[in-house]
Design a binder for this molecule. Structure first.
Ligand code: PMV
Length: 314
């Protein structure tokens, strides 16, 4: 039996501007994971059992198509890559603790764990760079114009300073810090917000280009603070980044409300995280304020609040 897992991810700084060439910072959230077990099947063919959503999918040998869902497309890309011409007998069982459609990168994590487990079952220890390319292919089919940030963090399972099209840069977290992730309980597809920001940029290139530049500068400063352990300084950078995301029109009343509630309860900083117009916000908290900020987020309507320690394998 072969098992592969992949973590969730959360973006700390730079979402949206990263699509337009600016750096972004994202980290794995190791407490949420997808796990895939590959076992020799009892009958010929590849079967994927997704236990959480109670579906079983059988794979045929037709080429990958844009109409395929994430699971089928991932498997077909692996078969194509390994030049498999007759279907092996494999059952892939998938379980996940990553909420879907909330900016945790569940799609990329499913694809990464599935591809890795299937490759292992076919005796191929897929190198991370190849796995990353494969997962990015799947992301492109389902998310329009993705920067590649999600798949990179999830495949390498490390904090990443990401610039689109440039080689991987990971970095050290000198001093761990605590983030609260507040879920608004609803979401807007990322391809939609990315598309809208693209249109806005096209209509006002100077103003929006400056917003992207400022976000990029914030991401660079944040990296320095994380590397030198001056993490308290990240708070004000988060607040500035959130203001700039508002200018990109990707915040929402609920996201603003949760960020304000977190700050009023003593968070050092707060911002939306990911595609926006729903999904998640993050708040940086000192340990003594943690519970009061969690309570404030629930009182302000968060559907769920996750506590994560960044820089520790929790
Ligand atoms: O929706 P999420 O959390 O996967 O974040 C998307 C991040 C964007 O920068 C908006 C898009 C991208 O492809 O990087």
């Amino acid at each position: 039996m072969n098992q592969a897992t992949a973590p969730a991810k959360i973006i700390l700084f730079g979402e949206h501007a990263v699509v337009h060439g600016q750096p972004a910072i994202a980290v794995p959230v190791t407490s949420m994971r997808v796990a895939v077990e590959a076992q020799a099947g009892t009958s010929p063919g590849i079967k994927i059992i997704a236990t959480d959503v109670h579906t079983t999918t059988e794979i045929d040998l037709s080429p990958p198509s844009e109409d395929d869902g994430t699971l089928v497309q991932t498997v077909k890309l692996v078969l194509q890559k390994l030049k498999v011409t007759s279907l092996p007998s494999v059952t892939l069982t998938l379980t996940s603790s990553i909420p879907m459609g909330r900016g945790f990168g569940s799609g990329a994590a499913v694809s990464a764990a599935l591809a890795k487990a299937l490759c292992a079952a076919l005796d191929y220890d897929i190198p991370s760079a190849e796995l990353n390319d494969l997962v990015y292919e799947v992301e492109k089919a389902h998310h329009g114009n993705p920067s590649g940030l999600d798949n990179t963090v999830i495949v390498y399972q490390k904090p990443v300073f990401f610039i689109r099209g440039q080689p991987l840069e990971t970095f050290e977290i000198k001093k761990p810090f605590t983030l609260l992730i507040g879920d608004t309980g609803y979401s807007t597809p990322t391809y939609q917000t990315v598309g809208d920001v693209g249109k806005l940029y096209k209509s006002e290139p100077d103003r929006i280009g400056k917003v992207f530049d400022e976000i990029g500068e914030i991401a660079r400063q944040a990296r320095q603070h994380i590397e030198t352990g001056t993490v308290e300084s990240l708070g004000s950078l988060m607040v500035r980044n959130h203001d700039l995301l508002q200018k990109l029109t990707v915040s929402s009343i609920q996201l603003d409300f949760l960020c304000e509630a977190a700050l009023e309860a003593g968070a050092l900083g707060a911002k939306l995280s990911g595609g926006g117009r729903g999904g998640n916000m993050i708040a940086l908290v000192a340990d003594e304020r943690r519970q009061s900020v969690v309570d404030a987020l629930y009182a302000a309507g968060a559907e769920n609040v996750t506590v994560t320690r960044v820089g520790n394998r929790t």
